[in-house]
Design a protein around this ligand. Sequence first.
Ligand code: 5GP
Length: 188
Amino acid sequence: MNNKIILFCGPSGSGKTTISQYLLKNNSNLCFSVSVTTREMRANEKDGEDYYFITKEEFQRKMANDEFIEWEEVYSGIFYGTLKDEVQRIWAMNKHAIFDVDVMGGLNIKKQFGDKALSVCVMPPSIEILRERLIARQSETPDSLEKRINKALTEMGYSNQFERIIINDDLQDSCRLAQGMLDEFLES
Ligand code: 5GP
């Protein structure tokens, strides 16, 4: 099997996670690449499924050991990254790895994997709609909401560096579009 990588990137609240989850449910040849993070686990999350939750000290040790494909301080003091081992784990199962990472991380991974990777940027229809979605999600404090909005504005400026863009207005349409992009990429 020609193992590949599919990157779903975009601002927090753009819908990239929901689209990735849809593809995972409907394509048994895909496996989610679980990132490592130093942020606190949310009530609905599971260690080893949503993320590998580790301490900052552990994260730094892994950095020093060159264990990451890519890592980033996505928010001030909070680190995220993908371990080399994670992609090997997925490819060893003869599956393609699907990533849900931020824009800079996605561009970084695309640069390393070239034609083996498909980079897709998921964008909200507008920054106002993004704000509404983040508020509805109830996962943010007023301070973290503003941080996510500011980061989203920066990230939206990089969308033209992706191979494909999905403007996520209607989730069902976006999922269908994503499935089409996946099929085309895996056939190529
Ligand atoms: P959250 O805290 O909402 O789970 O994620 C915050 C942001 O970090 C999201 O945009 C998410 O996609 C991104 N992210 C998750 N894992 C990684 C990773 O391994 N590398 C990078 N650069 N970003 C990541």
